[in-house]
Design a protein around this ligand. Structure first.
Ligand code: MOS
Length: 773
């Protein structure tokens, strides 16, 4: 993808641990050969196709809908509007006590109301025999509106921002000392304003749903990051028991946060299937995704830093304004990293927001930290220039021993080591500090650095592990595979935990009939599943040992669990690496067949409602306790080189080195790919990505890849990704989490490199060439 290639065996060697090896993704071959089936590809006899009609005003009321010409299109089965749609239950009230209530993309009961809340809201659904007929007819629906004044201009609304309220996950603000006074008194300081535009996820697979009712039983194929949320939300909205809803999602063609919540297309496909009594499929157009799936909020940020003459920070102020929709959306945690990265004596962070008549914002690609690190890391670079200090040296002088805001311990923090390795690999010593001092022909060359930071999370996960008499293992958990190699990583973990070859493990995922998995978000899925998987494998080993230790024929007779380990496809006494020596232990097939068992299974977690609630409570209390004790996060150092055309201002990123502290790495190949992908997303954010909203109408003006520019191969240099592979002692298997940290710091590193190349500071993303001329 990126010019660097990892050479690796397609299969792991058979001896020794599998964890850490660059094993090929199990989902790789089905995806590249076309065998993988995505949500829009499941064949159903008699399937019908649905298309959305979007509101063209930001706020108001529908006064009339003319569906005559649409209904007259050959093949149209029905046009569903608020005038004829069956009633659905309203979305649940969002509450932190009921996490699945967060699944509602918006608070609107689509087609059950004549009210319009955002420009693009679905106001009708056309269902037809073919996709073409549905889309053609959707274009013929005429909607009349009574328009009401709408607030859609973020820039104009910014002065009216109100402080974000705290919730269970984060606080709206934090304070240490008197940062304002310290800033005023600081001999060296910067006080800067940064802006970032709205962004959209643009997963390669646009959102699609296939829905089929069988009486009151519902089957939904949906590319999602949260199967349990989709299931619970649909059950609630359509007033059927949760167990009557099956959500199938084995392949997700990218998501980046966009497939976390339940958006209108999903709900209206299920509604259309109910109305027509047919299986129905809806594939959103790219424009349809922009209009009905939330993106990232825009932001403005004040970033002020004060330091003494030696470059020790005396003041750090980070305040932000972001947007939410009046119909939903979450507070953006823009200042998250500013609470943890620098040992400033006085700190003030405060997040504010405005409410607009726009579609809810949602989580996207390291929400908060990706745009927050842009401001923080740009400002640190500016302060270094004011001080005449090397920007890495300034960071090292302010590297905290404990969490700056409250003195908590870091569970793991190797930022110094990341910078040291990165500087060496990148050749930072070759950089001449003066801006515009490095040149290669017509190209102005610049080098920049920035810190990466992303918090580490965990969620509850139910897992079962089954060992068969032939020595094969099946791991079952309803987690999500969005292309990050989730199933491969869990197979590696199970193989080592049970001492069986990687090839002996099969992992079932992506289906609500499996034990309930965690959402794939916050870079938390691998650690969350691993936590339960390790526990389940431990339980399984004990059950297998229990079969052996009672048998007079077994060399394991009378052995205690702590004296026995899993290796070489069986259980053997610890400290005797002979493995197959029959006097020291025996293979799983031997144990199971002697006991007359075809399989042994162990489960962690419970899928009954009560079991789930108690499990969640237990998990949350342990989690909160853990949070009181530790600050847990991934961090890293981003190094970039840019080349800026001296005449045209064209910016090319020409080299990249990223060194990351992500704890233990399960799969060297997939971890590198994820971090590399993160850097690519950061390059997009820095240089080209920007959703344009008409400030008069609240309508997105560039809803497609032709005008919203994501990086292509030609934009991306070789990306050298390294990780320190040092386990976090407080996390399951030492995992911290890999995905999103790669995005953070990227835009800051690029902005700093652009300044080094040109002498110009660009504080408003994206850094397009017009801003350099
Ligand atoms: Mo993410 S923004 O946790 O998919």
């Amino acid at each position: 993808m990126t010019g660097t290639r990892t050479q690796s065996p397609s299969r792991p060697e058979t001896a020794g641990p599998v964890v850490g090896r660059p094993v090929d993704r199990l989902d790789g071959t089905p995806k590249t050969t076309g065998a993988a089936r995505y949500s829009a590809e499941y064949p159903y006899p008699g399937i019908a196709y649905a298309a959305l009609v979007h509101a063209t005003i930001a706020r108001g009321r529908i006064t009339g809908i003319d569906t005559a010409s649409a209904s007259a299109v050959a093949g149209v089965l029905t046009v569903i509007t608020h005038e004829n749609a069956p009633a659905m239950k309203p979305p649940p009230k969002v509450s932190m006590l009921n996490l699945s209530s967060l699944a509602s993309g918006t608070s609107v009961n689509y087609l059950n109301t004549d009210q319009v809340h955002w420009n693009g809201q679905p106001v009708a659904v056309v269902v037809a025999e073919t996709l073409d007929a549905a889309r053609e007819a959707a274009g013929l629906v005429r909607v009349g509106y009574e328009e009401l004044p709408a607030t859609v201009d973020f820039a104009a609304e910014e002065p009216n921002a109100k402080p974000q309220k705290s919730n269970a996950i984060q606080s709206g603000g934090a304070k240490k000392g008197d940062a304002q006074a310290a800033l005023a008194a600081a001999p060296v300081s910067v006080d800067l304003r940064f802006t970032t535009p709205p962004h959209h996820h643009n997963a390669i697979e646009p959102h699609a749903t296939t829905a089929a009712w069988d009486g009151d039983r519902l089957t939904v194929h949906e590319g999602t990051q949260n199967i349990p949320w989709v299931r619970r939300h649909l059950a609630l909205r359509f007033d059927v028991p949760e167990k009557a809803v099956r959500v199938i999602s084995p392949y997700v063609g990218g998501a980046f946060g966009g497939k976390t919540m339940v958006w209108p297309g999903t709900i209206l496909t299920v509604l259309a299937a109910r109305v027509t009594g047919r299986p129905v499929r809806m594939m959103l157009t790219r424009e349809g995704v922009y209009r009905t799936v939330g993106g990232r909020t825009p932001s403005t940020q004040r970033m002020a830093l004060g330091a003494d003459a030696d470059g020790r920070l005396t003041a750090l102020i980070h305040t932000s304004v972001t947007q939410v929709g009046r119909v939903g959306g979450g507070p953006e945690q823009v200042t998250s990293q500013s609470r943890h990265l620098y040992d400033a004596a006085n700190i003030l962070v405060q997040q504010n927001q405005v409410e607009l008549d726009m579609l809810s914002n949602t989580v996207m690609r390291a929400p908060g930290e990706s745009i927050g690190t842009f401001a923080l890391e740009s400002a640190v670079d500016e302060l270094a220039a004011e001080l005449g200090l090397d920007p890495i040296e300034l960071r090292m002088r302010n590297e905290p021993a404990r969490n700056p805001i409250d003195g908590k311990r870091f569970a793991h923090r190797m930022l110094r080591e990341s910078y040291a390795l990165g500087a060496e690999l990148f050749g930072w010593a070759d950089r001449t500090p003066r801006p515009r001092s490095m040149r290669d022909g017509r190209w102005l060359v610049g080098m920049g650095v920035a810190s990466a930071y992303h918090p580490s999370w965990q969620l509850p996960a139910n897992v079962t592990v089954r060992l068969s008499a032939d020595g094969t293992v099946v791991v079952r958990c309803g987690f999500h595979e969005m292309g990050m190699g989730a199933a491969t990583a869990q197979a590696q973990i199970a193989a080592d935990a049970l001492g069986v070859p990687f090839e002996a493990v099969r992992v079932e995922y992506g289906d609500s009939t499996l034990p309930s998995g965690p959402g794939a978000g916050g870079s938390a899925q691998t650690a969350s599943v691993a936590n339960s998987l390790i526990a389940a494998c431990e339980k399984l080993k004990r059950s297998v040992l229990a079969l052996a230790r009672k048998s007079g024929d077994s060399p394991l007779r009378g052995q205690r669990p702590r004296d026995v380990e899993a290796r070489n496809g069986g259980l053997y006494r610890i400290g005797r690496p002979e493995g197959h020596d029959p006097r020291k232990g025996e293979s799983y097939p031997t144990i199971l067949s002697r006991a007359g068992r075809s399989e042994v299974e162990a489960a962690v977690g419970s899928d009954t409602r009560l079991g789930e609630l108690t499990g969640q409570l237990r998990f949350m209390s342990k989690f909160m306790l853990d949070r009181r004790r530790w600050v847990k996060a991934a961090c890293g150092a981003q190094f970039c080189e840019v080349r800026v055309d001296a005449d045209t201002g064209e910016i090319r990123v020409s080299r990249w080195v990223g060194v990351f502290d992500v704890g233990r790495v399960i799969n060297a190949k997939t971890a590198s790919s994820q971090l590399r992908g993160g850097v690519v997303m950061g390059i997009g954010m820095a240089l080209s990505e920007e959703t344009l909203v008409d400030p008069r109408t609240g309508r997105i003006m560039n809803p497609g890849l032709a005008e919203y520019h994501v990086p292509v191969h030609a934009d991306i240099p070789p990306i050298d990704v390294r990780y320190l592979d040092d386990p976090d002692p407080t996390m399951p298997l030492g995992l911290i989490g890999v995905g999103e940290v790669g995005i953070t710091g990227v835009a800051g590193a690029i902005a700093n490199a652009v300044h080094h190349a040109t002498g110009k500071r660009v504080r408003d993303l994206p850094i397009t060439l017009d801003k350099l001329l």
